[in-house]
Design a binder for this molecule. Structure first.
Ligand code: SF4
Ligand code: SF4
Length: 408
């Protein structure tokens, strides 16, 4: 076992844990599974064992004990059954950077070959196809073909001011494709000079970090940045919070980055989007990467409130305390049952608000919540914020005008 992926700060943080268990109380994986071994505190204890037995410096700090392969496999299982929601980090009273720690830990466990077999699938898909699902990357922008009145260029332009980076989930999952369709329609009707990257868009790299495959990530980042440069764009817009977070935290900062909620709000403020009355009571689910990750809490709410007729009621746990939907950290691929259990709890929280619809700003949250609601016949609408804005968008061209951008 190596601990090459840990920084010195992280190694010290491991010994700072006071065992208060606040992290376990807010962990969605623990509450859904009722298994305390999935908690941050259990993992921290395991980590201490992980570095014990190292020579010199670390042996002095942590002692000498080591543990066997069977126990490491068991430990690894608990590490990958985590949504990387960051709720544990949010409440940790001693300020341990737990989410970063989980990513480093996954990387070390993968290097040491203690990891769920499904990680191989993620790595193979990304290596061969440059998207997390192993789909043909040439088909990344095929969703455009399903759009009535899409322009002939399929939104793939040689040069543009803005690149809309759609992300793997929105590109390939039919349930999520409503999001790029909505965002492309809104951008087009607001006169934004934008382009997609199409087949030249590769996965942002988030699943690589989540799978502990940090080493492959650099190639993906360099490629994507190069493609944006070739378009001459100085702004990149994301509807996916995980793509947005990856670019913010792990890519060289050479272009302006916007989550879709921020970009759409600026268009509303500039009066480039005109919204009509939409009588609807909604609640808002903060995606983990956009909320706790990027600290974007108020702009989505401002955008929702800018729609006349829409009433926003908050979830009991909102903003920093918002509970994960179950869709993060590759959990759906590693433990689909646990992911569903977490989604069920989220939907129960939504129903408790009395809202007609839950609005979020993430395709993975939409997929997770909508799939649970549909399978369990729960009468609640699940909408991405782009779909909500599109519902309220005043048509640029009047209905029945025959213009391809006129909506029914
Ligand atoms: S990141 Fe979320 S799921 Fe993972 S241990 Fe922390 S609270 Fe639990
Ligand atoms: S909240 Fe922080 S200090 Fe408390 S048990 Fe969890 S990791 Fe340790």
């Amino acid at each position: 076992m190596a601990h090459a992926h840990f920084t010195v700060r992280q190694l010290f943080e491991m010994s700072a844990c006071t065992d208060c268990q606040a992290c376990a109380d807010v962990c969605p994986a623990v509450s859904a599974s009722r298994d305390g071994e999935l908690s941050a505190v259990y993992r921290i204890r395991g980590l201490e064992k992980f570095v014990r037995g190292r020579s010199g410096f670390f042996r002095k700090i942590f002692g000498k004990k080591t543990c066997d392969a069977e126990r490491w496999n068991h430990f690894s299982d608990t590490v990958f059954r985590c949504t990387l929601c960051g709720n544990c980090q949010e409440v940790c009273p001693v300020g341990i950077h737990l989410k970063e720690l989980w990513i480093s830990l996954r990387a070390d466990l993968v290097q040491a070959r203690y990891f769920p077999r499904k990680i191989n699938k993620i790595r193979d898909n990304l290596e061969e196809s440059h998207n997390v699902f192993g789909e043909d990357n040439e088909e990344r922008a095929e969703w455009v073909e399903e759009m009535a009145g899409a322009p002939e260029d399929g939104y793939i332009r040689e040069k543009a001011e803005v690149v809309y980076f759609a992300g793997c989930v929105a590109a390939y999952f039919p349930l999520a494709q409503k999001i790029p369709v909505a965002l492309a329609r809104i951008l087009e009707s607001s006169g934004v000079d934008f382009t997609l990257l199409g087949k030249d868009e590769w996965c942002c790299g988030f699943p690589l970090l989540g799978a502990g495959l940090k080493d492959m990530f650099q190639e993906f980042a360099a490629h994507n940045l190069d493609m944006v440069r070739k378009k001459g764009a100085d702004k990149v817009v994301f509807a996916c919070p995980s793509c947005y977070q990856m670019w913010r935290e792990h890519y060289p900062q050479t272009v302006q980055l916007f989550h879709g909620t921020q970009f759409l709000l600026s268009l509303v403020k500039d009066k480039r989007i005109k919204l009509r009355d939409l009588p609807l009571t909604v609640t808002y689910h903060d995606p983990c990467d956009l909320g706790r990750g990027a600290r974007v809490f108020e702009q989505p709410r401002e955008l929702i409130r800018s729609i006349p007729g829409v009433r926003l009621v908050e979830l009991a746990d909102n903003r920093e305390a918002c509970a994960c939907c179950g869709g993060g950290g590759n959990l759906e691929m590693i433990d689909a049952e646990l992911s569903k259990e977490i989604a069920g709890r989220k939907i129960a929280d939504v129903l408790a608000t009395g809202a007609q619809a839950v609005v979020t700003s993430c395709q993975q949250c939409v997929r997770t919540m909508a799939t649970f609601a549909r399978r369990n016949k729960v009468p609640v609408e699940v909408l991405d914020i782009t779909e909500l804005v599109l519902k309220a968008l005043k048509p640029v061209f009047p209905k029945g005008s025959g213009h391809p951008l006129s909506r029914e």
